[in-house]
Write a new protein. Structure first.
Length: 67
């Protein structure tokens, strides 16, 4: 019985700590996307002036974010 009460107490403490830590967080964190590609240079993307290789999705992401 004592072990059950201890487990309930530990669970309650962890839950309250989790709730407390999430209350103070702001949602102004930036979204960061890392794209790793083999043998791809920045000059090979349409957003940097490449005409032969079409990269519409990457171009759209670059328009809305930082290059």
């Amino acid at each position: 019985m004592m072990q059950l009460l201890q487990r309930i107490g530990y669970s309650l403490c962890l839950t309250l700590l989790g709730i407390h830590s999430s209350i103070g967080q702001t949602s102004d964190k930036p979204n960061i996307v890392y794209i790793y590609a083999d043998d791809l240079g920045y000059g090979e993307l349409g957003v940097y002036g490449q005409q032969k290789i079409k990269t519409p999705n990457l171009d759209k992401m670059a328009q809305d974010g930082i290059r």
